[in-house]
Design a protein around this ligand. Sequence first.
Ligand code: SAH
Ligand code: SF4
Length: 355
Amino acid sequence: MKHSIYGLTLEQLTTWLVERGQKSFRAKQVWDWLYKKRVKDFSEMRNVNKDCLQLLQEHFVIQSLSEQIKQQSADGTIKFLFKLPDGHMIETVLMRHHYGLSVCVTTQVGCNIGCTFCASGLLKKSRDLSSGEIVEQIIKVQQYLDEYEQGNRVSHVVVMGIGEPFDNYDHLMDFLRIINDQDGLAIGARRITVSTSGIVPKIYQFADANLQVNLAISLHAPNDELRTQIMKINRAYPLKELMRACQYYVAKTNRRITFEYILLKDVNDHKQEALQLADLIGDMRHLVYVNLIPYNPVAEHQQYQRSTPQAVQAFYETLKAKGINCGIRREHGTDIDAACGQLRSKQIKKNAALC
Ligand code: SAH
Ligand code: SF4
């Protein structure tokens, strides 16, 4: 199967072309067509010589994702369902904020971490996405903007779609380098956020790579017993180890860390948990931001419901009173299967019913 051309860094493409007798400047020309002019076919690369185009056409594809469904929400959020060449489906979301447009990308087909509240974890991982398939999600959204909202640019990227990015680490790293490159999409490192369920060894590795991107940790519980109940990954990497890794990340990169905390009704939203969370953060309070997330109910996980607005507010106030930087996440696209993995799992079920 041919690979996506978007999976190569500029250096990798340069080496690849030079090894095949092409001049090194061709790589930059090709990148210009891919990332600045955003063409959809190799034949549109007018200043690239025939030999080079033929080589590229023989070995790479420029469009590997095909749009299956596009759902638009009343608040302007757009959710795309893409089909991969092998038939698997993934989701990508465009969100609008006062500070710009962000895209939420998927990194794996399904997820093996199996958090008990999450729609993505319902379907085991079939495979990792290649770096090209992750980059192309942003290209597809940008091409949509080029066509329907001229002048609008994707300014921010969140790696919070289906999958655990640190379980697909090498492809994630290439993806980050490609979209960050000035000659590529030029999305600033500080405008990129990677979210992990807490794979501790990879947090150290990521800190050492020192990319200056934002790191978000899906915490969701302030003690091991509750966290293990919600996220079984906590058995492998309990809170003490996770917090130590977070401290290392902050010390090494000088970047603040975000803790994501979904509020689940009567599960983790009591005052007691807010106090425990403040204790857990302890001395790190100036280096941490807590993002309180209203839960998007998932039909298959009936045991979880969204906390009441009063409980969310009370949790927030308890944290604030303890000097913790925190906020309540604004929701996007609540009317369009907003929880990550929901659109995909619904579509897969529908297809299964049709078979
Ligand atoms: N696997 C990574 C990134 C993808 S999930 C991780 O777990 O961090 C991105 C975020 O969405 C995580 O914080 C996750 O806990 C949250 N999430 C998953 N399902 C959700 C739901 N139904 N409602 C609200 N947030 C959800
Ligand atoms: Fe996977 Fe993240 Fe969902 Fe957990 S929350 S199952 S790690 S996608």
